[in-house]
Design a protein around this ligand. Structure first.
Ligand SMILES: *Cc1c(COP(=O)(O)O)cnc(C)c1O
Length: 330
């Protein structure tokens, strides 16, 4: 528990949150979102049961799922929360967080930031300004198992005011009561999140920050960002690929439109790229996933490995061309 308290405080400092902020490790971004929204509901303390939350259509489904689990449903009227994205799952878009904070203040809303995928990119100099205002959120969900390169099962939630989370989660069962609560090792994590018995998630985060250090992480994240930007520039310079969304972080959404397909219908181009994705995955050299953007199919890549290089981006486009030729009439 002492290591978790220390590591969480390092993350708090990295993000630039207030000194009183605190939080804990959970299984992943979904659980971090759930915990934060439970605290947000607690903060509004509205008995009507008709709460309403705002988020963009690009928000991760774990937010809607958390709302359903918390009984908030989809038909409320009392605004209590606004969710800002610090890197959407589809395209890596970052919402205007400072502006969202102003609106949240005006309407007394809890501001939660889902930074599960993207928030740690604030470590990179070239991306830092996108995240201005993030440190003013009431809560944030992070995934060290994404952009801190750690193995799965370590998400993180930070609360601006942990006492509100305590009011949402503490049940004061006699057998869990702690005495001498000031000591880090006595921190009652179960009073601030959904779990009681937990695995030692802090260890890998602590080892990473101690052993690898922030400067190396900063460099690795910066180089991941450079890969996505390089891919975008190659696509824009080509006559057989096109971007489907602008690159903001390390996610890139694009499609292949070989010359023979240029006059094909949008549906035919979507179908071609769907076939291409499956063929690429079977081919085994490069791996992409997909996204649906504005009803259109997109090939989607996400650079989240410290070993990925600019050369891999060139290989990716070569692989796509090679695999596409296998089923494209000359
Ligand atoms: C991955 C992701 C989640 C969910 O995180 P898990 O760790 O898989 O639970 C939530 N929001 C965003 C934006 C994500 O990218």
């Amino acid at each position: 528990m002492e290591l978790e308290r220390l590591t969480i405080d390092w993350i708090r400092q990295i993000l630039g949150f207030n000194a009183e902020a605190g939080g804990l490790f959970v299984s992943g971004g979904s659980m971090a979102n759930l915990a934060a929204l439970a605290a947000a509901r607690q903060a509004k303390d509205d008995p009507s049961g008709r709460l309403r939350m705002y988020a963009s259509s690009a928000t991760h489904f774990s937010i809607a799922k958390a709302a359903a689990l918390l009984g908030i449903g989809r038909a409320g009227y009392v605004p209590f929360c606004v969710v800002g994205n610090a890197g959407t799952v589809d395209t890596g878009a970052v919402d205007p967080l400072a502006e969202i904070r102003e609106v949240a203040n005006r309407f007394q809303l809890w501001m939660h930031v889902d930074g599960s995928y993207g928030a740690f990119a604030m470590l990179a100099k070239s991306a830092k300004k996108l995240f201005a205002g993030m440190e003013q959120a009431d809560s944030i969900a992070l995934d060290p198992h994404k952009w801190l390169y750690l193995p799965v099962d370590v998400g993180c939630v930070i609360y601006r005011n942990p006492e509100i989370a305590r009011a949402a989660f503490a049940h004061e069962a006699e057998y869990t009561r702690m005495f001498g609560e000031e000591a880090d090792e006595a921190f009652a994590c179960w009073d601030y999140g959904p779990e009681l018995s937990r695995r030692f998630r802090a260890l890998k985060v602590w080892m990473l920050l101690k052993g690898v250090g922030l400067d190396s992480l900063r460099e690795a994240i910066e180089s991941n960002l450079a890969c996505a930007r390089y891919l975008e520039s190659m696509v824009q310079a080509s006559d057989d690929f096109e971007m489907v969304a602008p690159v903001e972080l390390s996610i890139f959404c694009f499609r292949h439109v070989p010359v023979q397909h240029r006059s094909a219908s949008p549906q035919a181009i979507d179908a071609f790229n769907e076939r291409l994705l499956v063929a690429l995955q079977r081919d085994g050299s490069s791996y992409l996933s997909n996204a649906t953007l504005g009803g259109r199919f997109a090939l989607r890549g996400c650079v989240l490995n410290y070993r990925t290089t600019l050369r891999d981006m060139e290989i990716l486009l070569d692989d796509l061309r090679r695999v596409a030729r296998l089923f494209t009439p000359a």
